[in-house]
Design a protein around this ligand. Structure first.
Ligand SMILES: Nc1ncnc2c1ncn2[C@@H]1O[C@H](COP(=O)(O)OP(=O)(O)O)[C@@H](O)[C@H]1O
Ligand SMILES: O=P(O)(O)OC[C@H]1O[C@](O)(COP(=O)(O)O)[C@@H](O)[C@@H]1O
Ligand SMILES: [Mg+2]
Length: 477
């Protein structure tokens, strides 16, 4: 049967009208869509300080913009694309974001642009590609020549001299892991950072980082606005853990999953080749188990996937040991994948360990893999004296994030970088570019900083994990 979805005509909502955001038009069926308003320099700068000009892509020798090339403020991406046609619409189902892409008119004189690029937080495959593509995009698409790399994270804005970046310098960076600009945790001093941005005359700031970085970027945008500066700030979401919300996934995540699979494969080979072999792999994921989950699904060799979103326990009926004992009896070996943030509440720790934080204030974790290995051996020796066991523990955590991005992630990094540039040139600020349901959108930075992407253990994906591993729920009885 061909069902036609009709959206309810009530609840017309456009968060706040502005010349830079779409107005609902009479007769259009998206009248019930709530469009997230994007911050724009024009929100606080007088129009006389913000003259618009034609996009230089118009004159670019390699571009021949056709009808439909430019994105207009009324182009939107819907947050949700799965609907229940029985008519049970929820409020959030019609949330929309401004579509990313080049604008016909821009708000920067590209000869006057001084762009700053910084990387903060942990490493992630693709960081160098994003940096390179920001430089290439600014240089080739918009003719910008004043592009600077801020060294070693937020502290670089006030503690070291930025490095001028050229096309020649960044050549080949997309093939290198890590970040050529260096990164660090901590060092967030809001006033020193914004003073540094002002003193160096930066008017476009590209901040590449994870959830912590985005929270910092929100404060920078607020301070820039408070000082009424003509500076556009964008956040490019980076996290190997894939814990940033709203966007489909973060760059580098697929590469990390691919690398994780290699570790799982090795663990499987080791486990299969031993008597009562247990292959144990620890993967990154502070508070979310996305890497563990995706690597489990794609490897098909995993017996049990432990993630921070799911509690587990070791001893007694329904516990991990009983389950593994069964698997060893049935198959002779087992493979366990554990995300670094899993089981943290059941690992014994001292008061000092409980309080320990990294320079950014993130809690530091105990090694769940090392602890599990010791506990597994202790349990087996106690309950099965004289029987062989081999626990092969692989910790590839830094290996999976220190590699260059794979082809899919490299492509993604390019689109992110270019989307960021187009948005900044259009005068938007305090936004994040990212794919939503496969299409690139601009999302308010503040919203991204608040959103978390956790594994939903009640949805189909987790059910899929269970169908692959046949693992229990680890419920105390
Ligand atoms: N709430 C916050 N406010 C301001 N800055 C923050 C905040 N949280 C983290 N930062 C800063 O952001 C940077 C990166 O944060 P971190 O948590 O280490 O990595 P990530 O951004 O990858 O999550 C650090 O310089 C840190 O000081
Ligand atoms: O040892 P480091 O470099 O501080 O980082 C370890 C952490 O960094 C991560 O890889 C990524 O975390 P962020 O994205 O928050 O930087 C975590 O999975 C891990 O806990
Ligand atoms: Mg983080």
């Amino acid at each position: 049967m061909d069902a036609t979805m009709s959206l309810p005509k009530t609840d017309i909502s456009n968060e706040k009208s502005s010349p830079f955001n779409a107005e609902p038009e009479e007769g259009l069926s998206f009248s019930s869509v709530t469009l997230r308003k994007l911050p724009h320099l024009g929100d606080y700068l007088p129009a006389s300080d913000l003259p618009s000009r034609p996009n230089p892509l118009e004159r670019n020798q390699y571009f021949h913009p056709t009808e439909g090339f430019y994105v207009s403020p009324s182009d939107v991406i819907l947050r949700q694309i799965v609907y229940d046609l029985s008519g049970k619409f929820s409020d959030t189902s019609h949330l929309a974001y401004t579509r990313a892409g080049p604008r016909r008119q821009i708000f920067f004189d590209t000869a006057m642009v001084r762009a700053a690029i910084v990387t903060c937080g942990g490493l992630c495959p693709g960081l160098n590609t994003v940096i390179r593509e920001l430089v290439v995009g600014l240089w080739e698409l918009y003719g910008v020549r004043e592009i600077y790399g801020v060294i070693a994270g937020y502290r670089g804005f006030y503690s070291s001299e930025p490095v001028q970046l050229t096309l020649k310098m960044v050549d080949g960076w997309h093939k290198r892991g890590g970040t050529a600009l260096e990164t660090s945790r901590g060092g967030f001093d809001l006033h020193k950072i914004v003073d540094g941005i002002q003193q160096r005359g930066f008017n476009q700031v590209y901040i590449i980082g994870g959830d912590g970085t985005m929270r910092g970027a929100v404060k920078i945008v607020e301070e820039v606005r408070r000082r009424k500066l003509n500076i556009s700030v964008t956040g490019i979401p980076k996290t190997v853990d894939n814990d940033v919300g709203i966007i489909d996934r973060s760059f580098g995540f697929q590469t990390a999953v691919e690398m994780a699979q290699q570790a799982i494969n090795a663990a499987h080979v080791e486990a299969e080749s031993a008597v009562n072999g247990i292959g144990l792999v620890k993967l990154m994921g502070r508070s979310t188990g996305h890497i563990a989950l995706h690597a489990t699904l794609s490897s098909c060799d995993v017996d049990c996937c432990l993630i921070p979103e799911n509690d587990f326990f070791l001893e007694g009926p329904g516990g991990l040991f009983k389950f593994l004992e069964r698997r060893l009896r049935e198959n002779g070996h087992a493979v366990v994948v554990v995300a670094e943030g899993a089981g943290q509440d059941i690992i014994p720790r001292t008061e000092a360990q409980r309080e320990d934080r990294d320079e950014s204030g993130n809690p530091t974790f105990l090694d769940v893999g090392g602890w599990l290995k010791v506990e597994l051996k202790r349990w087996w020796a106690r309950d099965h004296p004289g029987e062989l066991i081999a626990v092969k523990y692989i910790d590839p955590t830094y290996m999976i994030r220190a590699v260059p991005a794979n082809a899919t992630d490299n492509l993604y990094c390019t689109l992110l970088a270019h989307s960021a540039i187009h948005g900044v040139m259009a005068g938007y600020t305090g936004f994040v570019p990212g794919p939503i349901n496969g299409s690139y959108a601009y999302i308010p930075l503040e919203e991204v900083a608040r959103a978390r992407n956790e594994v939903n253990t009640r949805n189909h994906k987790w059910a899929w994990v269970r169908s692959v591993t046949n693992q229990p729920d680890f419920v105390q009885t």
